[in-house]
Design a protein around this ligand. Structure first.
Ligand SMILES: [Zn+2]
Ligand SMILES: [Zn+2]
Length: 479
């Protein structure tokens, strides 16, 4: 791409951002305006209006079906007797039937409802929320301009969740089609509790069943990848048996759910975790019978914590060559793009927004300009600040810097400038009363309220408040 078309692209991206920011603000405003009380009031007024309409119309054109369809509001019960009399009158009059208007669900979104997404061979997105129905994950992805996304298939901290409803399955599949998402770029994240490495057969089985339930959900939704944490060496167990246990579970999963590939995530190296080294991952894969069904997800924060450097062009190259020689590039099925709050080799799993942590923006520039990471989901798990703007900015920045290979000088991709853009967006989100998930700044009061007294909103990532942060620490040996 030449420089003139590059600047054209940049301009368009900027415009897209402006348009989508405005839309987002409007949407937020609209949602905020409709309080529960206001909605209830509206519904009550509607019911009463309908009732009085019924009464006046029944004498002339009213019908039995119209009255029997009415909801039983208290007003209606009070006037029930009168209604029955009216019903009789209506029957006698044999008036033509007229059905009550059933409240329609909001129309399904179309591609035109969202700002156009960047055209890019690097499929960049975020781990979005599926709260209120997993179908919402698809629209949440479209809202931030994501070309890829991740989601939890159920509560990520519970052993059991209700099955997906037919309605969710239908809408999810339809939105994937309508909003132009390919399952190849969707990387669902399995439950954190699972430890298929466990040496206790009962606990391992419990983990497997929970994992199998995730894979079933993938099949129902038409998704083809499922990302999971390999697990921990349990008390009295060895790394070797832990790895064998994981591979045995994967072989079973591949037989039971042939349409889904399992994707092992690399870990930060906390305690007795499996998967903090490329060698661990390679050892698991070695024991997998159908190698076309297994892959790896590299999390930049975890890699860095575990001792794989990405910060310079040279260190990044070495890490990727290491990956290729130990595991093999053909197994790379996705990446989690997270900056880190902690230093190199810290073995700690603390995600930070891009460019603001110890990895720095150059690490991500290395990734989104590397042909080896084209065509796989590249998913942010950075603090989302419970609003769309921060991820939208990070997605936009990544798309922008990926169109500018290293060495191409351009104002738009100067490291300091793009990091400053991200900082400003975070600043604006905080100013508006949004807090980074689980981390209320010290300037704010406790009990989930900001200094301004606004209640903190539910997480912008995943179904629960919990995010990827600390995930290495959360699972216990008993998990
Ligand atoms: Zn993590
Ligand atoms: Zn993870």
């Amino acid at each position: 791409m030449d420089s003139s078309s590059l600047s054209e692209l940049s301009q368009t991206d900027e415009e897209f951002t402006q348009v989508s920011l405005t839309r987002s603000r409007k949407r937020k405003k609209a949602t905020k305006g409709t309080s529960i009380a206001a909605r209830a009031r509206k519904r009550r007024v509607a019911d009463e209006t309908l009732f009085s309409e019924t009464q006046s119309s029944v004498g002339t054109t009213g019908t039995a079906s119209l009255i029997s369809n009415l909801s039983t509001s208290s007003t209606q019960i009070a006037r029930g007797k009168q209604s029955l009399q009216l019903e009789e009158q209506a029957k006698k009059a044999k008036a033509p039937t007229r059905k009550r208007k059933v409240k329609e669900p909001p129309p399904e979104p179309t591609l035109a409802d969202f700002a156009p997404r960047a055209k890019n061979d690097w499929k960049i997105g975020a781990h979005v929320s599926g709260a209120g129905g997993l179908e919402n994950a698809v629209t949440n992805a479209a809202s931030i301009g994501a070309n890829a996304f991740a989601l939890f298939l159920k509560s990520n901290r519970k052993w059991e969740s209700p099955p997906l409803t037919e309605d969710t399955i239908t809408r999810f599949r339809s939105r994937m089609r309508v909003l132009d998402y390919n399952p190849t770029f969707v990387l669902p994240h399995s439950t954190y509790l699972i430890n298929m490495a466990h040496s206790d057969e009962g606990k391992r089985e419990k983990g497997y069943q929970c994992f199998a339930d995730d894979l079933r959900r993938c099949e129902q939704l038409g998704l083809t990848l499922c990302n999971f944490h390999p697990g921990f060496v349990s008390a009295g167990g060895t790394k070797e048996t832990a790895i064998t246990n994981i591979a045995t579970c994967l072989n079973r999963a591949h037989r039971e759910f042939p349409s889904v590939s399992t994707v092992i995530e690399c870990m930060a190296g906390t305690k007795n975790v499996v998967g903090a080294s490329f060698q661990d991952l390679a050892d698991i894969i070695k024991l997998v019978e159908d190698k076309t069904k297994v892959g790896v997800c590299l999390d930049t924060c975890h890699m860095f914590a575990a001792g794989y450097d990405l910060r310079t062009k040279k260190s990044y190259e070495m890490t990727m060559e290491d990956f290729d020689s130990v595991i093999g590039l053909r197994y790379l099925k996705g990446m989690h793009l997270n900056d880190s709050k902690t230093p190199f080799q810290s073995n700690k799993d603390r995600h930070e927004n891009l460019g603001i942590g110890t990895l720095g923006i150059q690490s991500f520039r290395n990734i989104v300009n590397d042909p080896r990471t084209k065509g796989i989901p590249l998913v942010l798990e950075t603090p989302g600040f419970d609003c769309e703007t921060v991820w939208r900015k990070e997605v936009e920045v990544l798309n922008r810097i990926s169109a500018r290979p290293i060495g191409v000088s351009d104002e738009d991709c100067q490291e300091e400038a793009v990091v400053e853009e991200i900082r400003r967006t975070i600043g604006a989100a905080e100013e508006a009363g949004y807090g980074a998930k689980g981390k209320v700044p010290k300037s704010r009061t406790s009990h989930g309220k900001t200094a301004k007294g606004k209640k903190r909103k539910k997480s912008g990532r995943g179904e629960e408040e919990d995010g990827e942060d600390d995930d290495d620490d959360e699972i216990s040996e008993d998990g």
